[in-house]
Ligand binder design. Sequence first.
Ligand code: RIB
Length: 326
Amino acid sequence: TDIHAMHLKRNKLFEPRITMAITVLGIYVADLVFFGQKIPQAGETVLGNNFVVGPGGKGSNQAVAASKAGVKTHFISKIGDDQFGRMAIEMYDEAKVDYSNVSISEDYSTGAAAIMVDEVTGANAINVYPGASGAMTKKDIDDAEPAIRNSKIFLTQLEAPKETVMYALKKASDLGVTTILNPAPAACIEKSVFPLVDYFTPNEIEASFYVNHQVETHDDARRAAESLLDMGVKNVVITLGERGAFFASAHEAFFCPVATLKTPVIDTTGAGDAFNAGLAVALTENMSVQEAMAFASATAGLSTTKIGTAKAMPSREQIEASLRGE
Ligand code: RIB
């Protein structure tokens, strides 16, 4: 081995990492949310009871949630030069998200998501069209390299163009930044990508996509997590809705129950985003995995007690109060 290369590697390894920031890569869209007694089936029309427009997109929701939960957060994305795009900027200003890596497309408008919410159970179904965010390229990642390099956690999902997401994951991993891949929506990933992932965080539906069996019960989750660890990810977190979440690594495995809430669940949309952001924040602050799972569950739980996604993310004070049982 070349001694200079060894020396460089060693120096890199011992470089002190003083930053306490998170970088999120993902899409921003406007959420068009329809509330009704049920989610319509194909061919069916239901009369809605409410309609709201708000900021959405998994990546954007996660960036807002992480910033509100108390850690400096950079967001990498693309928006259109339009009303929906302006809604994003207003929200990032309000939530103090660093949006210097959110560029404005000259070619595309901001995308949108049609979200149907069952107001009886809070369940949802989503069709999301990424619009301008769907035009993110490797260049956008190269431009954002300083933010990634100075972060402790890099968090992303599978809504942005896959090639761009994979390029960014590789870059973050090469830079020694801890990576979280929230594989939502589930899509095929090359085998070589799994070892780049420090935390793989599917929900039950996404987990079943990767392991080819149903994931409903705790036993299913345990089995799925084992398969995912075998594929090369270092830690697996499977979120199971009201059944809590399951953590597994080579060293430990445990279930974390859902947070106890003081107010009723009214809209679960964005709960997964809140969970991932809470996890990222807790890991940035060096909490143990047990503490991190509880912090993520509290963040997710609180987000379901309000309508909307980004707008429903709790503050650090609310998360801490919930963890104290208040
Ligand atoms: O996770 C919820 C989000 O998924 C919504 O905000 C919607 O925009 C889709 O991206």
